[in-house]
Design a protein around this ligand. Structure first.
Ligand code: FES
Ligand SMILES: [Fe+2]
Length: 433
């Protein structure tokens, strides 16, 4: 068949609903706003690792769905999260990416979070402990007791990952949120304390879901030289996708032949506890998280959607806290041969999604993006994306293949979808006020 004319190009694909999505879900600004409200503000987000706040009074700031968040380690060693918003006149309480409140500064007292605008101060529990000239101005109408920071639900779980949820009414904890998708690597992450050894971020002109799609499908593995030469064997193609509640997916493990790649050494002796030597698990969590355990190193990607066509992706590399310097250097090398700037994986993925971002800018013509490969749930099956978009459609009350229409159960998922443990009615479930 020759190249298609306009009418042929715009015709719906001859596939079932759920086997393609409309590209407006990647570019429409109104849909993007709905996503922040309906999805990102209701999800548990793994914002950072506890080792990024090693000492009491350490803090780190972040953003979830445009809401500024500050995470602090208290003198009791407990990690807590608050909205980074001063209750007085709404200034960001602290504007630094990270630091320590242990010592005083011209703009803040020691051991307190100080809003430099008018000097209100808060302790590590978020209690307001100082309002300058409180009685002179308020005569008891506003008191410290009633002016604490907005505390956010925060749990440190699964190898020390710090999870935060903006919505107090969401009726599940982190374990319930994961729905079992991390069970495959839980023991490996929890056996002993982990420590961050790598952090970088990329800001890419594309929708955040395109990055998630790329992590969820392996059909593009021909783009990855490293994967091809270290992994293309029967074990690789026998990896199976599994779906979990809340839109999460994971891809089963297999043994990677690192010896096939000249600068990669065998990772068998440094493989994480409870993981067979040189194995590789990958977990894709709704709505924009990827946790990868590749033998000796963990990679965690967190997406922060910035606009319909812009995403910040933070990449963290983790090893065991007990590492010797030599061991740590080897882990870093392992991490970087694949995921570092000169590695053989990460930048290739970024090039792929940047190319998609070019074709899917706000107000671009709608296109159909196919996700209809069925290969018995094995590695090239696009079931991971179909599962994601089934959940997305439900939470957004929009049909992914035509987002101007309402979601209808059964229309999104093809009959070959794996029986997930049950699609959660999570956004609709709220705790009693
Ligand atoms: S805005 Fe923070 S003290 Fe006034
Ligand atoms: Fe990739």
């Amino acid at each position: 068949m020759p190249a298609r004319n306009q009418e042929q190009w715009e015709k719906k694909p001859d596939l079932k609903l759920g086997e393609w999505v409309d590209s407006r879900i990647y570019s429409d600004e109104e849909i993007f706003e709905d996503e922040l409200r309906n999805i990102w503000k209701k999800a548990w987000i793994p914002l950072m690792h506890e080792s990024e706040l090693p000492e009491p009074f350490d803090f780190r700031t972040a953003i979830i769905a445009r809401e500024p968040v500050i995470v602090v380690r208290g003198p009791d060693n407990k990690i807590r999260a608050f909205l980074n918003v001063c209750p007085h006149r709404g200034m960001a309480v602290d504007r630094r990416p990270a630091g320590s409140f242990l010592t005083g500064e011209p703009s803040g007292n020691a051991k307190h979070m100080t809003c430099m605008f008018h000097g209100w101060q808060f302790d590590m529990n978020g209690n307001c402990v100082e309002i300058p000239r409180e009685n002179a101005g308020y005569q008891g109408r506003v008191t410290k007791e009633g002016q604490g920071l907005r505390r956010l639900r925060c749990e440190t779980k699964y190898g020390g990952i710090v999870w935060v949820c903006l919505d107090d009414k969401v009726d599940c904890d982190v374990e319930g949120w994961t729905g079992g998708c991390l069970d495959c690597i839980k023991d490996s992450l929890d056996e002993e304390p982990l420590e961050i050894f790598h952090y970088h971020k990329a800001i890419i002109d594309c929708n955040y879901k395109l990055w998630h799609d790329t992590n969820s499908e392996f059909y593009h593995d021909y783009m990855h030289y490293h994967n091809r030469i270290t992994g293309f064997d029967d074990g690789y193609f026998a990896r199976k996708c599994a779906a979990f509640d809340n839109g999460h997916v994971n891809v089963g493990t297999f043994t990677v032949n690192y010896g096939e790649y000249e600068v990669a050494d065998d990772r068998g002796d440094l493989t994480f506890p409870h993981l067979p030597p040189n194995n590789w698990y990958m977990v894709d969590m709704f709505p924009g998280v990827n946790i990868n355990l590749r033998g000796s190193a963990v990679r965690m990607d967190l997406m922060t959607p910035l606009s319909a066509n812009k995403v910040m992706i933070e990449f963290r590399g983790l090893g065991l806290k007990s590492d010797t310097q030599e061991t740590r250097e080897r882990r870093i090398h392992h991490h970087n041969t694949i995921w570092g700037p000169f590695g053989r994986n990460l930048h290739e993925d970024l090039v792929g999604i940047a190319g998609q971002g070019v074709t899917m800018m706000p107000n671009s013509e709608p296109r159909r993006i196919l996700q209809g490969r069925h290969e018995g749930l094995y590695i090239h099956d696009e079931v991971g994306m179909r599962h994601f978009y089934e959940t997305w459609g439900k939470w957004m009350d929009r049909l992914p293949s035509d987002p101007s229409k309402k979601y209808e159960p059964g229309l999104v998922v093809g009959p070959e979808m794996p029986p997930a443990k049950g699609i959660s009615s999570f956004p609709g479930k709220v705790a009693a006020e």
